[in-house]
Write a protein that binds this ligand. Structure first.
Ligand code: ADP
Ligand code: MG
Ligand code: MG
Length: 896
């Protein structure tokens, strides 16, 4: 192409495709030229050439060399110089430039075209041999390192020695004769180590550099970087041949710099950059000399500075995004060498997006599209200072690594059981460390700032609860944890009860150290709140179906919350309902004994008393929950988990009883308990007596819970609030299960309301988490007024994986080896499980078009899954309260 517009026309203005072909650097250089920003003349060899070159095993594709030379002729004409001409030598840079910037991963050769003769010529024109031989030695050095693959140290080391010998501190103190000597020396080094003479022929330099830059696509660090950032291997790099401009032409009016058009840490609207006089190339980033703030330019070259600021503004106005630029000033003339969209902290991301909307530079939709879910995440969790983390690692304080289950930073003294954590938390922050967690540990989890476990995956109990309460958590560390002794070890380092540890739930790392955190508060995050508000607006305007709020809106975001306190937080985070209140969490701790009595006791009176007590406690819980969520729907699920979770530990009990028997003793109570526990023991409790099955068998639970829910609502209403209760029956697989329970619950509710002379709208619905339920969803609508997908169980049962076993075990390997594209418990399997979901939605809505259908599984907080749920036409996703802001963004992005 002669002109960037030709490329854009070819792709109908699709800038992304232009960048795929020309690389980001090349496309933006051409664009900068087009919009009137000064860039040195040059041209781009496409990524297609690179791919073809690599395919051909290192040969230029047909016609490329000729076309490249043709373009070179144009540049020569524009500059009035010629590659290799001793009188008017053209020097060029040969620069890599891929579709996505891979900072520092690939190569660039500067000052191509210098040899002994052109150097002399250039001395004559410039009258500045110091500059010429500084450039020449840079070429020899760059050529050796990049084209011939020598270690850069082979040059840097002798240079350092040379400086020492002659008492120079910085490179810019060296004079012409020093650089002449070093150029010779560098040429000798090149020859000695590589066996190849530094080529005097500029064409040869140019040809070999292009090849080297092509090949740099496949150097190990570039491959590694692509792997980590998900950039595909087949894209290739473009090569940019750009006329050299010289920042190393003196201390007064030449130099080179890098800058951001806004502050990349805090987003403030101020140019932020660094500059060096009399320097070239990577000098600024390499830290060879102390750089100056960009304002130094204003002091020394105010004209240049002014122009620079203007052009930065021009760039921002054109790209409508914060830019990160590289520039050089040659004898008072400013050139831009590169521009790209700037990387910045999450905080700066929100600030710049809000500012740009308010400046009228971009619209709200554009702003929302440019935010990533992880930006939102980063804003909400206390964080470690990355520099301090780095230092801790250097000092060997990294203790363990596991699955990053719940993000954030936590610091405290470590304890190894829940009660101890609770006790010690009164004295200061604690971290809980467990081999694995069980529901009984919940008091410890509440008391702890963070936790980590040896076993379990990202949806293990510990992880789910931790996420729900925003507790940083790392699971599956594989550490050896002896909770009785109160020690844990990784084989090298040991931690003991009371030691300070730091848990980084964002990266999955645990440190044996007290690392300081930086706190964040939602109400302080004005820019974040503003953007989430815009998201809600868009969701409310258009999108898929939600009946309650009109037929034309996007996905709503609800939260999973068990207590009023948690519900209030969810509301603060913007939840528009509670999609799942897990009642079993109300049976933990002190209350476990009542449930246990109800289940185990053979005395009818005791049983009834226990049940009465539970009813009383739950009624109060629900009343508080409804008050907290007044005006918004609250879905309460009937008791769900396998019964054995509330029973004494069978193994332990057996051991105790047999020990006693061995001593010839017999504890009647324990003997009975053991008999009952044995009777109720299941070999596969996840597929056993749980969910709807449990409440059908233990029928009194239905009456107790339904009464508590409706009575709680009545009490809230009497106090002037507006409760909106929905009762959810879990784990239904057959219509008859609903047929058995729904009328009973309905009757209890009606009676209670009548007795209290109150009117409250309530709903009875079902969770969809067994594949069979998806297959018969049309039928289920006869008794269910709403559906809510429990995607964890649905995934578990559809795949036939036991979640807890799979995540800590084979699933890791499955994902690593690519047998599965991703962990289906983290991001919903759209092809299989997703098909069941769609089927269920379609059939359900066919028989009951007005019905609310949501998701209350862990997937409800996963951005990729949210997109799928939105497309599938669901009404809402419900996730743990800390995920609500992320979900609000994702729900909006799904419909933009
Ligand atoms: P990267 O992609 O690693 O940033 P570049 O191709 O941008 O590599 O080159 C690195 C540095 O070399 C630039 O920041 C700039 O300082 C210098 N450079 C590149 N091209 C030229 C040029 N034509 N004239 C002067 N300096 C250049
Ligand atoms: Mg660069
Ligand atoms: Mg379930």
């Amino acid at each position: 192409f002669q002109d960037i517009e030709e490329a854009e026309n070819l792709y109908n203005g699709d800038w992304d495709k232009v960048r795929l072909l020309l690389g980001g650097k090349g496309a933006n250089l051409a664009k900068m030229y087009k919009i009137g920003i000064t860039v040195p003349p040059g041209y781009t060899i496409t990524t297609e050439c690179c791919n073809e070159f690599l395919k051909l095993g290192g040969k230029f594709p047909q016609g490329m060399w000729d076309q490249s030379n043709e373009a070179l002729r144009v540049v020569e004409k524009m500059t009035g110089k010629k590659l290799g001409d001793p009188n008017y030598p053209l020097l060029v840079a040969c620069r890599s430039g891929a579709y996505k910037s891979m900072p520092g991963m690939m190569d660039t050769v500067l000052n191509i075209g210098l040899n002994d003769k052109t150097a002399e010529g250039l001395c004559k024109i410039s009258g500045d041999p110091r500059f010429v031989y500084d450039s020449y030695r840079r070429l020899v050095q760059g050529f050796g390192a990049i084209v011939l693959g020598l270690d850069d140290e082979e040059y840097e080391h002798p240079l350092a020695q040379y400086k020492k010998k002659y008492g120079f501190k910085y490179d810019n103190e060296l004079q012409a004769e020093n650089w002449i000597e070093l150029t010779r020396q560098f040429q000798q080094i090149t020859k000695n180590i590589s066996g190849i003479e530094f080529p005097q022929d500029p064409i040869k330099q140019y040809e070999m550099s292009i090849k080297a830059v092509f090949n740099s696509w496949n150097v190990p660090r570039a491959i590694q970087y692509r792997k980590q950032t998900g950039i595909p291997d087949h894209l290739g790099t473009a090569v940019n041949i750009v006329t050299m401009v010289f920042g190393n032409m003196g201390e007064v009016d030449s130099g080179t710099g890098v800058a951001f058009t806004r502050n990349p840490s805090n987003g403030n609207k101020e140019i932020f950059g660094e500059f060096l006089f009399n320097a070239q190339g990577e000098d600024v980033v390499a830290g060879i000399r102390n750089t100056l703030p960009i304002s130094a330019l204003n002091d020394q070259l105010p004209g240049c500075y002014k122009q620079f600021i203007q052009e930065c503004t021009k760039l921002e106005n054109y790209y409508k995004e914060m830019q990160d630029v590289e520039f050089t000033i040659e004898k008072g003339k400013l050139y831009f060498l590169q521009t790209r969209d700037a990387k910045r902290t999450a905080f700066a991301r929100f600030k710049t997006m809000v500012d740009m909307v308010e400046e009228g530079l971009i619209d709200k939709k554009t702003a929302i599209k440019r935010i990533s879910p992880s930006d939102v995440d980063m804003m909400l969790h206390p964080q470690f200072d990355p520099n301090v983390l780095k230092k801790a690692k250097k000092q060997g304080k990294l203790f363990g690594k596991g699955v990053a289950a719940s993000p954030g930073a936590a610091v405290g003294r470590v304890y190894f059981n829940a009660d101890k954590c609770e006790e010690m938390s009164k004295d200061g922050p604690v971290i809980m460390c467990r081999p694995f967690t069980k529901p009984d540990d919940v008091n410890g989890m509440f008391a702890s700032k963070g936790l980590f476990t040896a076993e379990g995956g990202a949806t293990s109990h510990a992880a789910v609860v931790a996420r729900q309460f925003g507790t940083p958590c790392v699971v599956g560390t594989g550490l050896v944890i002896d909770d009785e002794e109160g020690v844990a070890t990784n084989g090298k380092i040991t931690i003991r009860e009371g030691d300070w540890v730091s848990v980084n739930g964002t990266t999955g790392e645990i440190f044996k150290a007290k690392i300081d955190t930086i706190d964040v508060k939602l109400e302080d995050q004005k820019d974040l709140l503003k953007i989430l508000g815009w998201c809600d607006e868009f969701c409310a305007q258009k999108g898929t179906r939600n009946i309650k709020n009109g037929p034309n809106r996007g996905l709503m975001v609800w939260a999973n919350a068990d207590t009023a306190e948690d519900a209030l937080r969810a509301r603060k985070y913007g939840a528009q309902g509670i999609g799942l209140c897990r009642t079993e969490h109300q049976f933990l701790g002190d209350r476990a004994k009542y449930l246990r009595t109800f289940i185990m006791s053979e005395d009818k009176d005791d049983k009834k008393k226990a049940l009465d007590k539970l009813r009383e406690l739950q009624t109060k819980d629900f009343e508080e929950l409804f008050i907290a969520m007044t005006d918004l729907p609250v879905i309460i699920r009937l008791l769900d988990p396998p019964l054995h979770e509330f029973l004494p530990d069978l193994l332990e009990l057996t051991r105790e009883v047999y020990e006693l028997r061995g001593k010839g003793q017999k504890d009647e109570e324990k003997e009975t308990l053991l008999k009952q526990a044995e009777q109720m023991h299941e070999s596969n409790p996840m597929l056993g007596l749980r969910g709807v099955r449990l409440v059908i068998i233990k029928r009194e639970l239905v009456e107790m819970q339904a009464t508590a829910i409706i009575q709680g609502a009545i009490n809230a209403k009497k106090k002037g609030y507006n409760p909106d209760p929905e009762i959810m029956i879990p784990l239904v697989g057959h219509i008859n299960e609903l047929k058995e329970l729904q009328p009973e619950i309905d009757e209890i509710a009606k009676k209670l309301l009548k007795k209290n002379n109150t009117k409250i709208d309530y709903k009875i619905g079902t969770m969809i988490e067994i594949p069979r339920a998806c297959l018969v969803s049309g039928e289920l609508t006869k008794y269910a007024e709403f559906f809510s997908f429990g995607t964890n169980d649905l995934t578990q049962m559809t795949f036939g994986y036991s979640r807890d076993d799979a995540e800590g075990g084979f699933l890791l390997k499955y994902v690593e080896d690519g047998i599965l594209p991703c962990n289906p418990f983290q991001s919903v399997d759209q092809i299989g499980v997703g098909r069941l979901i769609k089927m269920c939605v379609d059939e359900g809505r066919e028989s009951k078009p007005q019905m609310d259908i949501g998701v209350c599984g862990e997937h409800g907080g996963d951005p990729k899954s949210i997109k799928f749920f939105s497309d599938a036409g669901l009404s809402y996703v419900s996730c743990s309260s800390l995920r609500v802001p992320v979900a609000r963004l994702s729900a909006c992005q799904a419909i933009l």
